[in-house]
Design a protein around this ligand. Structure first.
Ligand SMILES: [Zn+2]
Ligand SMILES: [Zn+2]
Length: 263
């Protein structure tokens, strides 16, 4: 006996955690207090603490803007995305919940995020034909064992009764990690990085892209461009958290945040 601690691989740890969580009483995904009968996923107190939940945002990229005006960036260079809907800012307490989903193997938290996204934005998803998650970089997927965006997308697809296309978007070349790159570099880094493998899309298809965190929006915009080239007419994004302020050119984005496809 060496006394060496047993370390579970991340995927195995995630499965174990999901098993254990499934046996626990219904509790708030953020503060772990017991949920009331009417409460789903997060307690009312924690929901009120989600930063920027009621903030006025750019209807296209969800950056905060006064009176829900289109932001200067979307005005100057309209993205392929038609609209972005978020739960709130990538800030406490939502950032902790997303970190637990990604780095602590607590996969069931994806369901909590999907539940809250649907409660808030279901009316934007009535006519959606396909639910498509933003892919994780292959190295990261092998290490983690699951793509958190796909896990959120599963709950969304189930909730709205639209088909989930789990691996429709794939990386066709290796890109540099997105965190640490300025906005322009992120776009160049991602150009041509994603490819559609989801079969033919009906003319005029309406697709919702699902991701956990949106920083500059470069990944989602690249994904939307690929979807439009594949025939989608309308592409909207459903994202758990948006970084509070757009990242200016040349400025380093927050290290913990990402555009989903790299971390
Ligand atoms: Zn709570
Ligand atoms: Zn915008």
């Amino acid at each position: 006996m060496t006394g060496k601690p047993i370390s579970l691989r991340p995927a195995a740890a995630g499965c174990w955690r999901m098993f254990v969580d499934g046996w626990l009483p219904r509790s708030c995904a953020l503060c772990e207090r017991a949920l009331g009968g009417e409460e789903a996923a997060c307690c009312a107190w924690c929901r009120r603490r989600i930063a920027g939940g009621d903030a006025s945002r750019c209807p296209i990229c969800a950056a905060r803007t006064p009176a829900a005006r289109v932001c200067a960036r979307c005005h100057q260079r309209p993205p392929a995305l038609e609209a972005t809907h978020v739960l709130g800012d990538y800030a406490p307490p939502l950032d902790r919940l997303i970190a637990a989903l990604k780095f602590d193997g607590r996969i069931h938290l994806a369901g909590a995020l999907a539940t809250m996204l649907l409660e808030r934005h279901r009316h934007h998803l009535d006519t959606v034909d396909r639910v498509v998650p933003v892919p994780l970089a292959p190295g990261r997927l092998a290490e983690r064992g699951y793509n958190q965006a796909l896990e959120i997308a599963r709950g969304v697809a189930r909730g709205i009764g639209s088909p989930l296309v789990p691996h429709a978007l794939r990386r066709q070349r290796i890109t540099r990690p997105q965190p640490g790159l300025a906005r322009g570099d992120r776009r160049r880094n991602l150009a041509g990085a994603l490819a559609w493998h989801g079969g033919p899309l009906a003319a005029g298809a309406r697709v919702v892209l699902v991701d956990d965190v949106m920083t500059t929006g470069a990944t989602l915009d690249e994904a939307a461009t690929v979807l439009r080239a594949a025939g989608a007419r309308h592409v909207i994004a459903l994202v758990a958290a948006r970084t509070p302020a757009p990242v200016a050119s040349g400025e380093r984005p927050p290290a913990a945040a990402d555009d989903g496809s790299s971390t």
